[in-house]
Design a protein around this ligand. Structure first.
Ligand SMILES: *Cc1c(COP(=O)(O)O)cnc(C)c1O
Ligand code: SF4
Length: 442
């Protein structure tokens, strides 16, 4: 193995001072990092800092933009308020209160996750940490997997990371999950998500996964692991102490007849470029896992045709399957990272048109919204009206899936609820009882 061994140690606002690369930054940038990281969680690691970020190109470097806090993530007003409180050495209580207020204005639980999707057992037990939104796939948020090896600066899951307990969204036990799947023969897929389930030790992950091999869960065909570790900490699959055990666990699942799908979160082609990242891919594939790649399109990180075409091309070369290009959610420091739907579509199409058919397994741009996963199929003109052609890839109601519908073209729209119906009509298949009447958000 050519990979050098590195021990995982997070770099956060509390120890970033110790990085030589941080010291070399202009004082203004260091100040901005200190202020913004008081509001938005900041966590990176030595692999990202030493091998993925090109420090000659900071602050524009995409991996720096992806993991370090950026000044523009806060409005001038919020930035000045926090900077002022910090400079004046305000009381911890005053600072905490100001920060909390800013955080709460950034919509920590988008797409109605808490309200709509908590399943129950027949005895009425609510399964927190389990979501069952689409017929065949159950999402599971293992309580020990609610953090990541580094934090994406745009991430909407930060309440899970910053210890706001009443927003914490996690399962305590796997028994309820097993019971639920047993009672739901339509469920063929479970998706472990978080955070990042690969943050867990193999032992912990095994304790969640092994019970799923019970014979009464035969209808469960696929175990998906949604993870950014393939990009942020590929050592997890190569040199970490329990990396071999993890691969053995996957081999056991595959031997038991399950499909193990690694839903690899790859944002930028650089994440595929290092020897350790490629070693992780080789080992996972040798164990029998399929690796699919998905990520949101993010301003300053991957808002270019070339980035996406290279990502898919390099991914396919390494044996990965391009899966989704997402639109980032309607939350967090969105104004800084958002790319309008029209521009996202143009980037998708230009990149898609220059890769081989093997890369065209990718679908996008896709919004994972309250009513379902909405795919932007195209922009066209119908009877002199310029429109988006949309369809559901997944729907809260399966009847919506795969039926094209239209919205007025709008080159500034960044999310489903910015869109207006085309032709002044409403599509009849769209359930008016949802909070959306047509596409207008509540
Ligand atoms: C995306 C998603 C799934 C999985 O959908 P696929 O199209 O099968 O990948 C399941 N549940 C939720 C809530 C999702 O957002
Ligand atoms: S890897 Fe996913 S959950 Fe973790 S910080 Fe990035 S976007 Fe958020």
């Amino acid at each position: 193995m050519s990979a050098t061994t590195m021990t995982y140690r997070p770099i956060t606002r509390h120890n970033v001072d110790q990085l030589p690369q941080f010291h070399a930054l202009p004082p203004e940038l260091r100040h901005q990092i200190r202020v913004v990281s008081a509001v938005f969680p900041f966590r990176t690691n030595h692999y990202i800092v030493d091998e993925l970020i090109d420090w000659h190109n900071v602050p524009n470097d995409p991996m720096y933009q992806l993991t370090f806090p950026q000044r523009e993530m806060l409005s001038d007003e919020d930035f000045d308020q926090v900077a002022h409180l910090m400079d004046e050495h305000a009381s911890p209580k005053a600072l905490k209160e100001a920060i909390y207020n800013i955080q709460m204005r950034h919509n920590p639980h988008p797409a109605g996750q808490l309200k709509y999707n908590v399943p129950t057992l027949p005895d009425g037990t609510e399964l927190h940490g389990v979501q069952h939104k689409y017929h065949e796939t159950v999402l599971f948020f293992p309580s020990k997997g609610q953090t990541c090896h580094a934090y994406c600066s745009y991430c909407f899951r930060w309440p899970q990371f910053v210890g706001i307990q009443d927003l914490k969204f996690a399962a305590k036990e796997v028994e309820g999950l097993v019971e639920y799947i047993r009672l739901h023969p339509e469920v063929s897929d479970i998706l472990f998500t978080g955070g990042d389930p690969a943050i867990m030790s193999t032992e912990a992950l095994r304790s969640y996964i092994e019970p799923l091999l019970a014979p009464e869960l035969d209808h469960l065909h696929t175990i998906r692991i949604g993870t950014k570790a393939v990009a942020y900490w590929p050592q997890r699959f190569v040199t970490d102490d329990d990396a071999d055990d993890l691969l053995r666990l996957f081999e056991e699942l595959i031997a038991a007849g399950k499909h193990v799908a690694i839903m690899g979160h790859y944002s930028n082609p650089r994440e595929l470029s290092t020897p350790i990242a490629q070693a992780a891919i080789r080992r996972l594939r040798a164990a029998g896992c399929e690796i699919r790649m998905q990520a949101p399109i993010i301003r300053h990180v991957n808002d270019s045709v070339d980035d996406w075409a290279t990502l898919w091309r390099e991914g396919v070369k390494l044996g990965l399957v391009p899966y989704y290009m997402f639109i980032s959610r309607d939350t967090g420091p969105k104004h800084y990272f958002e790319v309008p739907l029209a521009e996202s579509y143009q980037i998708f199409r230009d990149a898609y048109s220059q890769v081989s058919g093997l890369s065209r397994t990718v679908r996008g741009p896709v919004m994972s919204a309250t009513p379902g996963k909405v795919h932007i199929n195209g922009v066209t003109r119908v009877k002199n009206e310029r429109v988006f052609v949309l369809s559901f890839l997944q729907g809260r109601d399966p009847k919506w899936v795969g039926r094209p519908f239209f919205a007025k073209f709008d080159d500034e729209a960044t999310w489903l609820f910015d869109l207006e119906p085309a032709f002044g009509t409403e599509p009849k298949f769209f359930d008016a009882e949802t909070t959306y009447s047509y596409i207008r958000a509540s």
